[in-house]
Design a protein around this ligand. Structure first.
Ligand code: SF4
Length: 53
């Protein structure tokens, strides 16, 4: 998962079947980002460290 693992913008989505997906929340407010980025993300201009990590 790389940078997304500790990023403030990471959203975790769980499907009805119980599968877990990762989504980039930044994609909803900024067109430069894709909703489902290819992982692991090793560099990202939108990265912001989560304050709880
Ligand atoms: S902004 Fe970048 S590092 Fe953060 S969740 Fe989105 S793709 Fe991952």
């Amino acid at each position: 998962m790389g940078l997304c693992f500790t990023c403030h913008w990471t959203r975790v989505v769980t499907s009805r079947r119980g599968s877990t997906f990762f989504r980039c929340g930044r994609a909803e407010v900024d067109a430069r980002f894709v909703r489902y980025p290819q992982l692991p993300k090793l560099a990202c201009d939108g990265y912001e460290e989560r304050s709880d990590t």
